[in-house]
Design a binder for this molecule. Structure first.
Ligand SMILES: NC(=O)c1ccc[n+]([C@@H]2O[C@H](COP(=O)([O-])OP(=O)(O)OC[C@H]3O[C@@H](n4cnc5c(N)ncnc54)[C@H](OP(=O)(O)O)[C@@H]3O)[C@@H](O)[C@H]2O)c1
Length: 235
């Protein structure tokens, strides 16, 4: 990441996922990165978005480690489209609280609480970057096909939270860039039931593109919704 200070510190949340793992690997290979920490449901400490207190506890852990704070790069690579019991809804008649709640907990509430607890750990006076993986199907303006109610709505709400947080962060962290990123269709467990292996790109390619886009964004781009190729997406 050429735009970050030499010796920058990074944190990837959701590093067990396909895209998160690829981003983690690329950051570990970057000689300019002095520390990279990976957190997720299986890490120590764990972050599980179904357990609100785990988010604050993980942030407290990072704050207490002299090696990891302040952060220059925060990536939130978590997300869910389907669970063992339910997939994305094709029709209104398929909507239920359980799937809506699970989608919003993982795709919206968890990342929002990550921003609440981890944004204060971003370097306040140096350039820093914060990317939350969203999805183009969360674009209200681009919704032509319908369906996937919970996933679309949870990502649209995530986008609003990111935009709102970017406005607040610009006051306390004027050099920080916070962006919602769309990785494109990627071969991963999330996309697997939807022909992800056939139509998706390898996670390694998506990760490289996403880090490249992030590296290219200026402070004036904070609060934007960008695709892996740098294209600005409509809200
Ligand atoms: N793949 C695509 O085609 C595609 C397209 C558009 C957008 N995206 C977005 O890109 C992001 C990454 O997707 P991916 O394809 O890499 O998916 P993935 O391989 O299925 O990874 C999902 C990640 O989310 C974590 N996670 C799920 N529920 C969680 C919870 N309750 N608390 C904490 N972590 C949780 C998983 O942790 P565990 O390992 O513990 O389950 C895993 O690390 C998501 O936001 C997704 O919406 C992906």
């Amino acid at each position: 990441m050429q735009s970050l200070p030499p010796g920058y510190r990074a944190l990837v949340i959701g590093a067990s996922g396909a895209i998160g793992a690829a981003m983690l690997q690329q950051l570990q290979a970057d000689p300019r990165c002095s520390q990279v920490l990976a957190l997720g449901r299986s890490s120590t400490p764990p972050i599980d978005f179904a357990e609100e207190a785990s988010i604050a506890a993980a942030a407290e852990y990072v704050r207490s480690q002299a090696d990891f704070a302040p952060l220059h790069l925060l990536v939130v690579a978590t997300g869910m489209l389907h669970s063992p019991s339910a997939g994305p809804e094709k029709r209104l008649s398929q909507l239920n609280y359980a799937h809506l709640m699970a989608s919003f907990t993982t795709n919206t509430f968890g990342p929002a609480l990550v921003l609440a607890h981890f944004a204060p750990l971003l370097a306040p006076q140096e350039r820093s970057l914060c990317a939350v993986l969203s999805a183009k199907v969360g674009s209200i303006g681009d919704n032509r096909l319908g369906g996937w109610y919970s996933y679309r709505a949870s990502k649209a709400a995530l986008n609003m939270l990111i935009k709102t947080a970017a406005i607040e962060l610009a006051r306390t962290h004027p050099k920080t860039v916070l962006a919602a990123l769309h990785p494109g269709t990627v071969d991963s467990p999330l996309s697997a039931p939807f022909r992800g292996a056939e139509i998706g790109r390898p996670a390694v390619a998506a990760a490289a593109d996403l880090l490249g886009v992030l590296d290219s964004l200026g402070a004036e781009d904070s609060g934007s919704f960008c695709a892996y190729d740098g294209q600005r997406l409509p809200w």
